[in-house]
Design a binder for this molecule. Structure first.
Ligand SMILES: Cc1cc2nc3c(=O)[nH]c(=O)nc-3n(C[C@H](O)[C@H](O)[C@H](O)COP(=O)(O)OP(=O)(O)OC[C@H]3O[C@@H](n4cnc5c(N)ncnc54)[C@H](O)[C@@H]3O)c2cc1C
Length: 445
């Protein structure tokens, strides 16, 4: 099939797979370069994943955190945007193949296909405990949460009703903590007064985490404060507790100490594991690159592949090391600032190759991490030129709020999010509560 992109034969052809944080930055960095870029994504939008849980918990509508890719590059004549899913790479012929049969020849390839959920080999759990990665996931979780309350209102049997009123989040990383905190708020602050047969405030929200504390990547004192803030919101935090089974009606938990037990729950959310995009395996097969245990592609210091300097892998799909001057190389975490920085480095190195200059090793600048725990509470751990700054509570929540608004794509989205949050703050309402598919999930046993 002929290539569907408009290219100038004299200019190098660059294909970028994925318009998440890494692919977007790489494309932006190449916009004014003498290259023709084809940006291919299987969705038509760039998604701001750090606020995805807000869509899942009805705090924001989808367009506020998703920007149409085609619109983002409308003023760049050298960028062709294609909607499609890459599933094969012919590294010898230098062609990317899409599932619909489209073939995209390239001189340089940047792969930024991100990550997906990992159920640690128990993929059958995905039916009962959806993870949060795409807008569809967020809609599914929102549906599950809101319909659980609706079903509880209809259910007359107290034992069966309890299952609909128990909400379980598995995984105590930032996403799990944010989900659990917000779900407790929905139960205690948003829904009371709207139901007649149930008291939504009596709903249980449980956060189950396998390791001894939540927010493992943060210092211990912040993780302790996060737990205190969660408890204040009414979340039951069960650390050092491993999930051993999940089905349509609940889950089984094995605590580090004590007997295994079961929790009846019709609404279980998975926030526990991340694995690289399956495209990693395809890249390894096509190029001989090595994969790490999470399926990420091991890259050279300049983010290219061994033996294939024309291919770079960036973002969550790359097992990359940071080569900061004067420091031992350190693994790069799977966070959005790292993906963005890798995208820029890969683009810079691509231009260096075109101009015959040496490439640069990737250097990750870590500005710290933050998480919010419902309204008015959060934890922040910043790396500044003056040292580490840690704080929690209301100032951390405000900092989190403005940082996320600042990094959102598009002026309109920033305004919409600010307005929605301000209105939710004063009214305690979550306005994005529309659910259209009201059939029960097809997992009932
Ligand atoms: C719920 C959630 C909350 C998060 N919160 C934070 C946070 O608060 N702070 C933070 O720093 N990080 C956070 N992260 C992590 C952060 O979002 C990722 O590190 C970042 O998105 C990685 O960027 P990426 O470009 O590698 O991948 P992504 O941003 O995931 O982009 C990958 C893109 O590739 C496309 N794609 C995938 N496969 C194909 C294919 N075969 N063909 C074509 N297109 C394809 C996808 O549609 C997507 O657009 C969060 C992640 C999630 C899921």
């Amino acid at each position: 099939m002929p290539s569907p992109t408009a290219t100038n034969p004299a200019r190098p052809r660059v294909v970028v797979i994925g318009c998440g944080f890494g692919g977007l930055e790489a494309t932006k960095a190449l916009c004014n370069a003498p290259v023709d870029i084809t940006l291919v994504d299987r969705t038509n939008h760039h998604l701001f994943q750090p606020l995805l849980y807000q869509v899942a918990t009805a705090g924001l509508a989808a367009p506020a955190i998703a920007a149409p890719v085609r619109h983002l590059f409308r003023k760049q004549p050298n960028v062709t945007t294609l909607l499609g899913e890459a599933n094969r790479i012919d590294a010898a012929a230098r062609i990317v193949h899409l599932t619909d049969g489209t073939a995209l020849p390239y001189d340089h390839l940047i792969v930024a296909a991100g990550a997906t959920h990992s159920y640690f080999g128990r993929d059958e759990w995905a039916r009962f405990a959806p993870g949060l990665k795409t807008l569809d996931d967020a809609f599914e979780i929102r549906r599950k949460v809101l319909l659980a309350f609706e079903t509880a209102e209809k259910e007359l049997d107290p034992a069966r009703r309890a299952g609909w009123m128990n909400f379980v989040v598995i995984g105590g990383g930032p996403t799990g903590v944010e989900m659990a905190g917000t779900m407790a708020e929905i139960a205690r602050q948003t829904l009371p007064g709207e139901f007649r047969r149930i008291d939504p405030a009596s709903a249980k929200v449980l956060l189950v985490e396998g390791s001894p504390r939540v927010l493992q990547a943060m210092p211990e004192d912040l993780s302790r404060r996060a737990t205190e803030q969660l408890l204040k919101l009414g979340v039951e935090v069960r650390t050092a507790s491993r999930v051993t089974a999940i089905d349509a009606r609940g889950l089984e938990v094995r605590p580090a100490e004590g007997e295994p037990y079961r929790i009846e729950s019709r609404c279980i959310i998975w926030a526990a594991g991340v694995a690289a995009s399956p495209l990693g395996r395809e890249i390894a097969a096509a190029t001989g690159a090595t994969l790490d245990r999470a399926g990420r592609v091991v890259v050279e210091p300049d983010l290219s592949l061994p033996g294939h300097p024309e291919i770079s892998v960036v973002g969550d799909l790359a097992a990359a090391m940071s080569h900061l001057a004067g420091h031992e190389p350190r693994p790069v975490p799977g966070v959005s600032p790292a993906a963005k920085q890798m995208g820029r480095t890969a683009a810079g190195n691509l231009l260096a190759r075109l101009e015959g200059r040496p490439t640069k090793p990737f250097r990750y600048r870590d500005y710290g991490s933050l998480a919010t725990i419902g309204r008015n509470a959060g934890v922040v751990d910043l790396t500044t030129p003056f040292g580490r700054v840690k704080f929690s509570g209301y100032p951390a929540w405000l900092f989190w709020l403005f940082a996320h608004v600042y990094f959102l794509i598009g002026f309109r989205n920033r305004m919409v999010v600010l307005f929605d949050w301000a209105s939710a703050y004063w009214s305690r309402q979550r306005y994005a509560r529309v659910v259209t598919d009201i059939e029960p999930a097809p997992v009932d046993g």
